[in-house]
Design a protein around this ligand. Structure first.
Ligand code: PBG
Length: 328
C-alpha cells in the first residue's frame, strides 16, 4: 500500500459526498433567456439558429410562460426590425410605440414578476447594420451615438423595462444613460453593461436571426480585440465608475479567463453571454451524435459559473433549467 496522507478521491466517493464538496452550483435563477421577436403574426424558425424562433408577441408570451414554469425569471429581448423602418439615424430605436416598448408592456401585463432586460444598441434599427451611427466617410460616431442610446434606454424604461443593457461598446454610454434615466425619474431602472464585448466570430448566427450584419466594414473599432484581457479590466473599472449595476463578458466559453479577471476586479455582479456561435457549436455536435447534448450543455454552463459569472445569458435557459429541476 502507498503511504498517502492525502487521498483526494475520498471526496469523490459517492454522489452524496460529491454534492457536499461541490464548489459551484447551477440554478435556473442564474439564467437569462435571450428571445428574438418579430411582431409578425406567426412564429418563425431561424435558419441560422436551429431550435430558436423569432416569436410573434403571442408566441413570445407563451414561451416566457414555459420558461417561468421551469424557474427561469429573466429574459432579454432582441427585435427584428423590418427593412422599411431601418434608417441612417436609427430613429426607430427610440419610438415609444416601437416593437420593443410594446412587447415590454405585453410581458409586464402577462408576467409581471419576470425581469425584463432590453438590448441598447442601434444595429437592428440602423440601415448600416452598426451598433452606432455611421458618418458619411464610414466612421462610427461615438458621442452622437450615445445621445441616441439615451433616448432608446428612456423608451425602454418608460415601457417598464427592469434593466437596460447597452451592448454597443461606445465610450461613456453608461454614465450618460444613468444620468438620462435619473433625470427622467427612472432611478430604479438598472444598467447591465456589456463591459467586455469582443469582436468575435461567434455572433454570425445571431446577425442572421435579426438580419443585422454590418453592411460595410466590421465592428473592430468598438468591440474588443480577442487578444486582450487587461483592456477588459480597464473597461470594468470605467463601467463601475460610471454607475453600472452589473457588468458582462461576451462571449463566455472561450473567454473564461476574462470572466475570472473581471470577477476579481469588481464586487459588482458579473454576467456572461453564451452567444449564438457557442450555442450552434454545441447544437451541431449534439445533432451529429458526436457529443451528449445534456452533459455538454450543463458542463459548459457550470464552467462559466466556475470562472466567476453570477448569471448567464443562454439560449439553453429553459432546457437547462428543466434538466436541473429533474435532477434536484
Ligand atoms: C448587438 C448584439 C449582438 C449580440 C448581442 N447584441 C451582435 C453583435 O454585436 O454583432 C450577439 C449575441 C449572440 O451572438 O448570441 N448589439
Amino acid at each position: 500500500m502507498l503511504d498517502l496522507p492525502h487521498r483526494p478521491r475520498r471526496n469523490r466517493k459517492s454522489a452524496a459526498v460529491r454534492g457536499l464538496v461541490r464548489e459551484t452550483r447551477l440554478s435556473p435563477e442564474n439564467f437569462i433567456y435571450p428571445l428574438f421577436l418579430s411582431g409578425n403574426a406567426q412564429d418563425e424558425d431561424i435558419a441560422s439558429m436551429p431550435g430558436c424562433k423569432r416569436w410573434s408577441t403571442a408566441g413570445l408570451l407563451e414561451e416566457i410562460g414555459r420558461a417561468v414554469t421551469v424557474g427561469v425569471k429573466a429574459v432579454v429581448l432582441f427585435p427584428r426590425i423590418p427593412d422599411a423602418l431601418k434608417t441612417r439615424d436609427a430613429a426607430e430605436a427610440f419610438n415609444p410605440e416601437g416593437l420593443v416598448p410594446e412587447t415590454i408592456r405585453a410581458i409586464k401585463a402577462a408576467h409581471p414578476d419576470v425581469a425584463v432586460i432590453t438590448d441598447v444598441a442601434l444595429d437592428p434599427y440602423n440601415s448600416d447594420g452598426h451598433d452606432g451611427l455611421v458618418s458619411y466617410d464610414g466612421h462610427i460616431l461615438n458621442d452622437e451615438t450615445v445621445a441616441v442610446l439615451c433616448r432608446q434606454a428612456l423608451a425602454h424604461a418608460a415601457a417598464g423595462a427592469d434593466i437596460v443593457s447597452p451592448s454597443d461598446m461606445m465610450d461613456g454610454r453608461v454614465a450618460a444613460i444613468r444620468e438620462a434615466l435619473d433625470d427622467e425619474g427612472y432611478s430604479g431602472v438598472s444598467i447591465l453593461s456589456y463591459t467586455a464585448k469582443y469582436a468575435s466570430a461567434c455572433y454570425g448566427p445571431f446577425r442572421g436571426a435579426l438580419d443585422s450584419a454590418p453592411r460595410a466594414g466590421d465592428k473592430k473599432t468598438y468591440q474588443m480585440d480577442p487578444a486582450n484581457v487587461r483592456e477588459a479590466i480597464r473597461e470594468t473599472i470605467q463601467d463601475e465608475t460610471e454607475g453600472a449595476d452589473m457588468v458582462m463578458v461576451k462571449p463566455a466559453g472561450m473567454y473564461l479567463d476574462v470572466i475570472r479577471a473581471v470577477r476579481e476586479t469588481t464586487a459588482l455582479p458579473v454576467a456572461a453571454y453564451q452567444v449564438s456561435g457557442e450555442y450552434l457549436m454545441i447544437k451541431s455536435a449534439a445533432a451529429a451524435g458526436w457529443l451528449d447534448e445534456k452533459k455538454i450543455i450543463l458542463e459548459s454552463l457550470t464552467a462559466i459559473r466556475r470562472a466567476g459569472a453570477d448569471m448567464i445569458l443562454t439560449y439553453f435557459a429553459p432546457q437547462a433549467a428543466a434538466w436541473l429541476r429533474e435532477e434536484s
